[in-house]
Design a protein around this ligand. Structure first.
Ligand SMILES: Cc1cc2nc3c(=O)[nH]c(=O)nc-3n(C[C@H](O)[C@H](O)[C@H](O)COP(=O)(O)OP(=O)(O)OC[C@H]3O[C@@H](n4cnc5c(N)ncnc54)[C@H](O)[C@@H]3O)c2cc1C
Length: 375
């Protein structure tokens, strides 16, 4: 009877891990005719989509290198399975006869409705097309723009790590200007701030020129900074403060606060303007936290967009044989990672209690709040 000799027709719907493996395994039997249906001509390494999004991996593989001989690939989507007639209907309208069908279309995650804004603004990454959309959106962003990952499951955590890795791979911009700072031993250059180590973190400590005092919010940040022994001796990194005010004021304020971290004056130098923590349109167009003057004004941040004003932030430099490179800068809440008091308060029922510009200088607790200040 010819019927027994005719090959068994198997249609595999979905060419992911399950479908591709099933199709290849079926080849062990000579009497099976295998058709794989998948909407894309390429296999998607779904478990690598988070790496693809961060630009660290190409998550597609040509089916030619993956499917064994004899498996025919149909690039289309299954729209209907007619079990009575034993036919799979495809998006193109074509019909595939089958004796057996393997249904391996995977699953698609839904954006959680419990996270406000996620449905409107988030980019899902569980499928190639949505991951491609996110990749394109990330390519458009400034490389240091903040990205929020919704969902801290394995994929969310891995995606965040991949994006962080991408940040570490940011280009290092050579510093060609000779900035002059003043410290306890007189005039020094940017390379001297490294104190011989390979990395330098500069905290741009904001000076309040109207009252000629160090900013209380920046003081709160410095109070929160770690004992530098770990950075210095454990990680070959120096942490230093820089303010645009004559060094005498720096040293007086440092003594008042009782801080040990190295602190330099950038008074009279372009340093603060070039790293966008001081505003003076005659030197450089106003920019703070990657926002131009119009944006700052529109967002109610005109205090930092005013000529003569300072902002706070953090910049990172590396040196290679005495040549200095700038690798990172963050401003505003971008520098919040340093606020370890908040890390502790976040564990408590009362939470943070005060916004960043509501913390007084540590030697004025209990005194009436004398100054209105911004950070
Ligand atoms: C970012 C990310 C990271 C992950 N990391 C891991 C990990 O480290 N380890 C781990 O074990 N798992 C991981 N997973 C889960 C893993 O990817 C899935 O469990 C796995 O892909 C499931 O395989 P599958 O073949 O069932 O589905 P999929 O791999 O999703 O394949 C389904 C295929 O069917 C196609 N298809 C859908 N509808 C149709 C249709 N109507 N007609 C034809 N074809 C159709 C799809 O386009 C797709 O090609 C991760 C997932 C994601 C999103």
């Amino acid at each position: 009877m010819t019927k027994h000799n005719a090959p068994v027709k198997v249609v595999v719907i979905g060419g992911g891990y399950a479908g591709t493996t099933a199709a290849n395994h079926l080849r062990l039997r000579a009497d099976v005719d295998i058709t794989l249906v998948n909407p894309r001509p390429k296999f998607v390494e779904r478990i690598r989509l988070h790496q693809f999004v961060a630009g660290n991996y190409d998550a597609t593989v040509d089916y030619g290198t993956l499917l064994g001989e004899g498996v025919s690939l149909v690039v289309d989507g299954a729209t209907r399975i007619d079990t009575a007639a034993r036919k799979v209907e495809l998006g193109s309208g074509a019909l595939l006869d089958y004796d057996f069908v393997i249904y391996a279309v995977g699953s698609t995650g839904a954006t959680p409705a419990s996270v406000p804004g996620a449905a409107e603004f988030a980019y899902p990454i569980a499928e190639l097309e949505t991951a491609q959309r996110l990749r394109a959106a990330i390519d458009e962003l400034h490389p240091e723009a903040p990205i929020t990952v919704v969902g801290a499951g394995l994929t969310g955590i891995e995606a965040a790590s991949e994006l962080a890795e991408q940040r570490r791979a940011l280009p290092a911009v050579a510093i060609d200007k000779d900035y002059v700072f003043e410290g306890p031993d007189g005039k020094v250059a940017l390379i001297d701030l490294f104190e011989g180590r390979s990395q330098l973190i500069v905290y741009h400590f904001m000076w309040l020129h109207d009252i000629d005092e160090g900013c209380p919010s920046c003081s709160f940040a410095v109070d929160d900074m770690p004992d530098p022994i770990h950075l210095n001796e454990g990680a070959d990194t120096t942490l230093a403060l820089v303010s645009r005010v004559p060094y005498t004021r720096v040293s007086q304020f440092k003594a008042r606060m009782g801080w040990q971290l190295p602190w330099y004056s950038s008074h009279g130098s372009d340093f603060n303007y070039d790293f966008h923590v001081s505003s003076d349109e005659s030197k450089t167009p106003i920019e703070y936290n990657y926002k131009d003057k119009a944006t700052l004004n529109r967002e109610g941040l005109e205090y930092v967009a005013t000529n003569g004003a300072d902002g706070q932030g953090v910049s990172v430099f590396v040196q290679d044989g005495g040549k200095v490179f700038h690798t990172y800068s963050a401003y505003g809440v971008g520098a919040d990672v340093m606020l370890s008091t908040y890390r502790f308060l976040d564990l408590t029922p009362l939470g943070r209690q005060r916004y960043i510009n509501e913390w007084p200088w540590h030697d004025t607790y209990g005194a009436p709040d004398r100054h209105e200040h911004h950070h």
